[in-house]
Write a protein that binds this ligand. Structure first.
Ligand SMILES: [Fe+2]
Length: 203
């Protein structure tokens, strides 16, 4: 497939998926609602031919890049293509006011989930309880609600490409909390790395 044709097809597939995700997530949130949205993302993630590294290059010098491919006009329902070179570890964090769905296209990463023992979603002393983990790989996804806490471990030191979908674009996840478990403390963080805009083709 030529790259121009692929861009057209990918754009159509992303629009269709994000339309369905936006409509679904406009309902009152529940596990069933986000699971339905997750299925739409999985269907898109299964179309690996639309997301080659040729179109989403892994950075030479950095370990990772987020390509922003979609958000609605209010910066809600944002979709990113996340590529990374090799094994990284991200300490526990939430995504501020955004829910999240992460669907694998190629490569694997393990997500660990946590609950905060006490206190609201603010900075300061914080202890976490481990709530298990899942592996996200091709055709598999995970999700969490607003203020869900996860950490990430890349498990086989291979490059990977996954789809990250959030209730709000990163710039609006301005109350993200990161958890320093060694010191038992939560801190606000808006360090989200490098984001490259990659607009869809015209309709
Ligand atoms: Fe995250």
């Amino acid at each position: 497939m030529k790259s121009n044709e692929r861009h057209q097809r990918r754009s159509a597939a992303i629009r269709k998926t994000m339309d369905a995700v936006s409509r679904t997530m406009a309902q009152p949130h529940s596990v069933d609602v986000i699971d339905t949205a997750k299925e739409y993302l999985i269907e898109l993630a299964k179309r690996a031919e639309l997301f080659p590294y040729e179109d989403f290059p892994i950075p030479e010098k950095r370990n990772e890049t987020l390509y922003k491919v979609y958000s609605d006009k209010n910066g809600q329902n944002a979709l990113y293509v996340y590529v990374t070179k090799s094994g990284g570890v991200y300490r526990p964090h939430d995504h501020g006011k955004a829910w999240a769905i992460i669907a694998g296209v190629r490569g694997y990463e393990r997500h660990y989930f946590y609950e905060r023992k006490e206190g609201d979603a603010t900075d300061g002393p914080a202890e976490l309880v481990n709530k298990g983990s899942v592996v996200v790989g091709p055709g598999k996804a995970t999700s969490f609600m607003i203020r869900g806490i996860h950490s990430i471990e890349h498990i086989n030191h291979q490059p990977f490409l996954h789809l990250h979908c959030y209730g709000y674009e990163f710039e609006q996840q301005d109350t993200r909390l990161e958890y320093d478990q060694d010191n038992g403390i939560a801190v606000y963080s808006n360090d989200v790395g490098r984001i490259i805009d990659m607009p869809l083709s015209d309709e």
